[in-house]
Design a protein around this ligand. Sequence first.
Ligand code: ADP
Ligand code: ADP
Length: 216
Amino acid sequence: MATFIVLLGPPGVGKGTQARILADAKKIAHISSGDLFRENIKNQTELGKHARSFIDKGELVPDDVTIGMIRERLSRPDCIPGAILDGFPRTPVQAVALEKMLAEFNGEVSVVPYITAPESVVVGRISGRWTCRLNGHVFHHMFNPPIKAGICDIDGSELYQRKDDEVETVTIRIRVYLEQTIPLVEYYRKSGKLIEINGAQSVEQVSKDLCAAVNI
Ligand code: ADP
Ligand code: ADP
């Protein structure tokens, strides 16, 4: 049975950073719903144009669009052994849809690391986040600065600040998280799959705790 790891946590807590480290270390696919949306926006697809109107306002993209996009991604061969899901599911409706999809692909959610940090920490992380245009690698102007300002260390592409990382939109995203994603935390807690990870630590320490929690 293929095993899928669902990373939960507020915006900016470090889910993407940790998912990339874990995916590289364990050689499994990393599926980031936010990255998939941003790729569609960059390529000006219909899905991207539709999603953008929600993302720029800090709201969630409707479930049907999001679930359809993830279904397509899960059907690719690199997900056969399993994957790390980062940013999806974000609502209980999406979690139920995920279970149905995984059953079709002979998989299941094995563990749900829930990365937490106080709001002031996540706001500080988001306000200093710089994202690379080509592959979505992230840097932080203080905690993880690129060697050359404005340039991605990994692929040399330009770094930019996400429009939805502006402070007004971040306030909305945190509210949306509390209203729509916290119920999902309770859903997974009841299932016994939730493991809390202290995200207010260095990248390396969070990564150690995460590796121990997922045990793969
Ligand atoms: P964060 O840094 O907040 O974790 P993401 O990159 O995961 O941000 O998501 C950016 C935006 O993309 C969200 O604010 C939302 O508009 C949209 N999005 C991402 N994942 C989902 C999802 N599972 N359901 C609905 N919208 C989503
Ligand atoms: P998320 O995917 O949850 O929105 P990211 O992985 O994009 O979060 O991280 C948000 C910002 O915080 C990025 O600029 C990243 O470099 C930085 N960051 C991630 N983890 C840590 C950490 N443990 N300590 C300090 N900064 C971090």
